[in-house]
Design a protein around this ligand. Structure first.
Ligand code: ADE
Length: 225
């Protein structure tokens, strides 16, 4: 998979993909992540990428020209399965969308900034608009990092223990059961006895019950489907 991220603040995305699991995915050749500075595509003599809104009011709007130039430059090189725009008014990102996108070949993510992009970018260039939650960030870069991280870890081979991604919270609309490691007794704080029983059937039953009970208590909305 290849992910191209378009931003006016590339510095914000210098680090998130250079550590741990995502870094290993890149090193294994399973994913490429490229960050592009929209400013580089501006034909304005001051390399501006924003302007005042026609409607007036506070806040700048990202102009069409550099965004279209950046998108067309990339599209000329390969087909993109989705061109995603990060915006608080997009569809809500979920594990289901991460699963779906992890099966794609090439993704582009356009990060909104200031008051967002000129609406015509959304109408003519973007194929999907996604929000990572009902709150407003200063820009779409952190949203893009969140999405890319959750998508990339689902690509087969990125997580070494293949089953691990399948037992994530939300994967079956259930939260994960609690996990414990050694020591089995820390100053009297004990691990549930079943987990050190060696009885796999009982352990699995315990995990399933815990997942269900935790979901019922903490996120009953997930059980509605
Ligand atoms: N940009 C600003 N806020 C955002 C959000 N919640 N999700 C995606 N992009 C955003």
């Amino acid at each position: 998979m290849r992910i191209d991220i378009l931003t006016v603040v590339p510095e914000l995305l210098e680090s998130p993909f250079n550590h741990s699991i995502i870094k290993r995915g890149k090193e294994k050749g399973l994913v490429e992540i490229h960050v592009h500075n929209i400013r580089d595509f501006s034909t304005d003599k001051h390399k501006r990428t924003d302007d005042y809104a026609f409607s007036g009011g506070a806040g700048m709007v990202m102009t069409i020209q550099p965004i279209e130039a950046a998108i067309e430059h990339l599209k000329a090189q390969r087909h993109y399965d989705e061109i995603i725009y990060t915006s608080p008014d997009g569809e809500q990102f979920t594990q289901g969308i991460a699963n779906q996108l992890s099966l794609k070949g090439n993704l582009m993510i356009l990060c909104g900034h200031y008051k967002g992009v000129d609406q015509r970018v959304r109408e003519h260039l973007v194929t999907r608009e996604i929000s990572i939650g009902d709150y407003v960030l200063t820009g779409g870069e952190l949203a893009a990092a969140v999405m890319a991280d959750s998508i990339v870890r689902l690509i087969p081979g990125v997580i070494s223990d293949e089953t691990s991604a399948l037992t994530d919270s939300f994967q079956d609309n259930l939260l994960s059961p609690p996990v414990y490691t050694r020591p089995a007794d820390y100053k009297g704080w004990k691990v549930p006895h079943v987990l050190i029983s060696g009885n796999d059937r009982k352990i699995n039953e315990w995990k399933e019950k815990q997942a269900y009970e935790r979901t019922k208590q903490l996120r009953p909305d997930l059980l509605k489907d």
